[in-house]
Design a protein around this ligand. Structure first.
Ligand SMILES: Nc1nc2c(ncn2[C@@H]2O[C@H](COP(=O)(O)OP(=O)(O)OP(=O)(O)O)[C@@H](O)[C@H]2O)c(=O)[nH]1
Length: 307
């Protein structure tokens, strides 16, 4: 599965970020705490160079608290960034960002000098909601649909810190197919970009493996089937999504499961762990290597037949 989802303004954002970085003191990346790896921009580490970076694990009210803590220590240890787990339900904690930004700068940066923090994040991670809370007024449009923010803005957030806001930025295609499912499951990719039955089956299988208690309690599944499709079917059956003849209406079951996941009705669920990501990244690297080798051989063959 390759997701091609790259609206024009996101391409523009990549260029804008390169232009704006030299004028920036700090980079703030807003992530979805349920998928801190999949919601991160893979180009950011490369783009930001040695600029200090704060990663905000937002929507932490929806994420598994133990895994959020695990992600924070992993990111701080392995990626050398500062992290903060936040939710729009704790606006006071959000307002500490300006103070933290100042603390992250070298001591010689004077207190009265304006600090510029570039804030970025892929669509739907809650960046606009966060900015509005920090600004104390509505400066950014919010909504539960990806790609609402379109133009760049400067927002003063106290402590002489100014946020530079950019449009959401996703990548042209996602090599790791599970990241695609996770982004779709949390709502960062529009439902139309991927078939929602496939997304729901991915979630159902994941819950069966990692949150069986949720399936027992929320859907009264006594036995959890082995395959993801069967878990989704069992959920549909329990929720009465049946066609005449008793066949399960998978489309309806998928909508129920995804709505309940996104609204937090299933409880606090994270869809990836640092260990899982390390493993998937290694798999992607192998696939990339195999593709490169195939291309090399194809070119070699073409070269020898032409010669
Ligand atoms: N549960 C929960 N929902 C949140 C939180 N922050 C934002 N949301 C919801 O998530 C949805 C997306 O929020 P936005 O602030 O519009 O997201 P965005 O990242 O600015 O999106 P773009 O404009 O597409 O870049 C909205 O429905 C918000 O109400 C949070 O901390 N917890």
């Amino acid at each position: 599965m390759q997701i091609q989802w790259y609206p024009g303004h996101m391409h523009k954002a990549g260029k804008e970020i390169k232009e704006i970085l030299p004028k920036t003191d700090i980079v703030i990346e807003v992530l979805d705490a349920r998928i801190p790896f999949s919601s991160a921009n893979p180009f950011l580490a490369q783009l930001r160079g040695d600029k200090p970076c704060l990663k905000i694990l937002n929507k932490s009210d929806l994420a598994d608290p133990e895994l959020t803590a695990a992600w924070q220590s992993y990111l701080e240890r392995e990626h050398g960034v500062r992290t903060l787990a936040l939710t729009s339900r704790e606006p006071d904690k959000m307002r500490k960002i300006a103070e933290l930004c100042r603390k992250m700068l070298p001591e010689q940066v004077q207190n009265d000098r304006i600090v510029h923090a570039l804030i970025m994040g892929i669509p739907n991670v809650g960046k606009s909601t966060l900015i509005n809370i920090l600004a104390g007024r509505t400066v950014a449009k919010t909504g539960n649909e990806p790609a609402v923010t379109k133009t760049q803005q400067r927002i003063a957030i106290g402590n002489n810190v100014v946020l530079l806001d950019t449009p959401g930025m996703l990548w042209p295609n996602i090599e790791n197919k599970n990241s695609g499912y996770r982004l779709a499951a949390t709502g960062a990719i529009k439902d139309t970009a991927l078939h929602h039955e496939a997304i729901a089956a991915f979630v159902a299988g994941y819950l069966g493996q990692h949150y069986p208690a949720c399936l027992h309690e929320r859907f009264q599944l006594q036995e959890i089937p082995e395959s993801a499709d069967e878990v989704l079917e069992a959920i549909g059956r329990k929720r009465g999504c049946l066609r005449s003849g008793g066949r399960v209406e998978l489309d309806k079951a998928a909508k129920i499961l995804l709505n309940e996941l996104r609204s937090g009705s299933l409880g606090r669920i994270s869809l990836e762990t640092p260990t899982m990501m390390e493993k998937e990244l290694a798999e992607v690297a192998v696939i990339r290597e195999q593709k490169a080798e195939k291309n090399r051989l194809r070119k070699q063959k073409r070269g020898s037949s032409e010669g």
